[in-house]
Design a protein around this ligand. Structure first.
Ligand code: KIV
Ligand code: ZN
Length: 505
């Protein structure tokens, strides 16, 4: 395949380490704040997920950050516990006080940061960086050094500072694309150039301002980076960071590169982080989104049912997801039949045509039909009597704030058209009263039970109405209907039961 040819030309590593910064850069997502207890829950989950390093926070920021870091460290996780620190003494001491086993220290290096933020020249920045790394190493702790805004820093200075911190004992250097301005091709060149100046492993930290964080991280790996910074769900400053689930799966599936990630835990981890942070994933989010393994179009569903690989680049179980076949306007008969088989629902051809028709009509109105919807629709179709003594010809309801709810119902009863208008406590009650008044001339029928349910929630959900009716001769029948309109579902369910009683007499 094309990709295999390309891979032969790349110098890709066998394994890439994952540095998770959900609890640090991820927490910098606008509007997100994670309590120390929540940090502990997420850290335990990240450890099970298999990340190599967890950046638990910025210890110098607050007492809470330090406490959370200490508590996470005391859990005895398999992963390295890292704290972020500027190259300042007080930050480094705060990180050391948090008992972390890894310090990620950083300083801005670009002309913009030097002039406007730090008001320092290159020499001063280099000297402080070297001192910080030496201080960390004097305490026997792993040191990762980041040149913040590296991707807008002069290459010569970048090579000089990375080489200086390597000499000072840094274990790994990180290349942050702080404002996400890189392209995959420029990232490749930058990492290649930095590699000429240092021998220690190179890490990359990409932001997603142009939606290129994952692509840029992969490009860095192609050029020889051995570690990627990432966050669950791509959380992070502004548009976020490299999404851990996306980059890990791309590394494994597209490049054949190993990581230590237990990929089946990805969806569960994404859901946990989403619940805790309140940041919902869009349904079309790669790997973990609700639609990542959902198929609607008829042709696709047909293909997937024959052989999943036709329209799935990876198995949903691999990432802890499940395949969903969604019914909608593109759904073909084959997919519906296969679903019915799964539920063990049998129906004759006429019933199937009626069900298929309803699915298409709902689809045309833009409705997605879930598994539960389809089962309710199928049950309604199967339960419907074959002949109709009473058929609905038309119906209107009037309801509102200062109006007495009124329903006008037009029925065809044994070939005769009859109309009645009745009031009720609400539109459903009014409609049922109108039906009863019309059918009353043929049979004295009483409503015994009425249940309504919105199948999948939401205001546009299908309403499933279930009724039990009885006549004065002791005959009773159940009626059911599943449509979007609550009043219509009630009318149809009542007529369904009436027909069953009249036919059975
Ligand atoms: O984006 C960035 O530059 C950072 C640094 C702290 C590494 O998050
Ligand atoms: Zn960042």
């Amino acid at each position: 395949m094309y990709i295999d040819e390309i891979k032969k030309e790349m110098k890709i590593p066998e394994k890439v380490l994952i540095f998770d910064t959900t609890l640090r850069d991820g927490e910098q997502t606008p509007g997100v704040a994670i309590t120390p207890d929540e940090k502990i829950r997420i850290a335990k989950r990240l450890d099970r997920l298999g990340v190599d390093v967890i950046e638990v926070g910025f210890p110098a920021a607050s007492q809470g950050e330090r406490k959370a870091a200490q508590q996470i460290k005391s859990l005895g996780l398999n992963t390295q516990v890292c704290g972020l620190a500027r190259v300042l003494q007080e930050d480094l001491d705060a990180a050391l006080d948090s008992d972390v086993d890894y310090i990620h220290t950083f300083i801005g290096t670009s002309p913009l940061h030097r002039k406007y933020k730090l008001k320092m020249d290159q020499d001063e920045i280099l000297q402080k960086s070297v001192q910080a790394v030496e201080y960390i190493k004097d305490h026997g702790i792993i040191a990762e050094f980041s040149a913040e805004d590296a991707t807008r820093t002069e290459l010569e200075f970048l090579q000089k500072i990375y080489s200086a911190v390597e000499e000072a004992g840094a274990d790994i250097i990180n290349v942050p694309d702080t404002v996400g301005v890189m392209l995959p091709v420029s990232m490749h060149k930058l990492i290649t150039d930095i590699k000429k100046a240092v021998k220690i492993p190179i890490s990359v930290h990409c932001h997603d301002d142009f939606g290129l964080a994952v692509a840029n991280s992969l490009s860095a790996v192609e050029a020889g980076a051995q570690q990627v910074h990432a966050t669950i769900n791509g959380l992070g400053e502004r548009a976020g960071n490299t999404s851990l689930e996306e980059v890990v799966m791309a590394l494994m599936i597209n490049y054949g590169i190993k990581t230590n990630i237990n990929t089946e835990l990805l969806v569960g981890t994404s859901e946990l982080v989403s619940r805790i942070t309140g940041v919902k994933m869009p349904p079309n989010k790669a790997i973990v989104g609700d639609n990542a393994f959902a198929h609607e179009a008829g042709i696709h569903v047909h293909g997937v049912l024959q052989k999943a690989e036709t329209y799935e680049p990876l198995k949903p179980e691999m990432v802890g997801h499940t395949r969903r076949i969604i019914m909608g306007k593109h759904t073909g008969a084959r997919a519906i039949r296969s679903k019915l088989d799964d539920y063990g629902i049998e129906m004759d051809e006429d019933q199937f045509c009626s069900l298929y028709d309803q699915v298409k009509k709902l689809g045309d109105k833009g409705k997605m039909i879930t598994d539960a919807d389809l089962q309710a629709l199928a049950e309604t179709v199967i339960g419907r009597p074959k002949e109709e003594k009473v058929r609905l010809e038309g119906f209107t309801v009037i309801t509102g704030d200062n109006v007495l709810p009124t329903a006008t119902v037009k029925l065809n009863i044994d070939g005769q058209i009859k109309t009645a208008a009745k009031t009720g406590v609400g539109p459903v009650d009014a409609a049922i009263n109108a039906i009863q008044s019309l059918v009353g001339e043929t049979a004295d029928i009483e409503l015994k039970e009425y249940h309504i349910e919105a199948i999948t929630g939401g205001t546009n959900a299908l309403a499933e109405v279930f009724v039990i009716l009885a006549d004065n001769e002791g005959n009773s029948a159940t009626g059911r209907s599943t449509v979007e309109d609550v009043v219509m579902a009630s009318v149809e369910a009542v007529l369904d039961a009436i027909n069953k009683i009249l036919i059975g007499r």
